[in-house]
Design a protein around this ligand. Sequence first.
Ligand code: ZN
Length: 235
Amino acid sequence: MLSPPVPLSTESSLSSPCRKRKRSDVESTVASSTWSSSLFSRKAKQNIVERNGGEHCWHCGAGAPHIAHVIGREDGSFRDYVASGLLTFDHLGDEQNGLPLCPSCHQAFDDLNNPGLIFIPTALDYFIDFEVKDYQSRIEIAQRHGDVPRRLVPTPQMYSDYLKREGLVSSEAVGGLYCRYTLRDFFPIHVVKSAIPGLGPFQEPGLWCGAPMAALRRAFQIIGSLQWWESQNLN
Ligand SMILES: [Zn+2]
């Protein structure tokens, strides 16, 4: 849940040194609250590991996984996305935003200037169709009632249910299906290159229990960078 907003004093009430100290205290409290809600709790980490393949890197299969933030703490648009209804969680430390990655993959994933990997839902048409229908529904409701309703986006469960209805995963599968792309060779030199997802034969999609909208946000963030187009030699 979102932390309750800390009330801020008005500008005119901040003129004295005493008031300024209080404002500083308030800003510190807000920053601390935002930071703490971005961290994964011990329980969240445990659940993320258990629900996403165990003590292995979700991308390359190596051991000793970290828990990476899919939407990173440096993403200044997070609050705007939450407010717009484009995400299915409201703090960065939510289990839906966690991905088990080994140290090498974690570092490459977090490097927005030179990204090493991304992952996107395999069934992109589902998300496009969902948005088209939701857009039409919001227009019709706005025309009838005057107010534009909040956007709706697929939850992890909705995406998983769709894949099962379409027979794209087994009925026992847990999570949604994602394509994984290795954008550059960031792996240690002793790693067998044929085992690198995206460059070798291990290109099958992976199941992930997190929020598909978080994966899409991250992918758009990277695809929008010049480095992506240079790495793909498409510019
Ligand atoms: Zn890895």
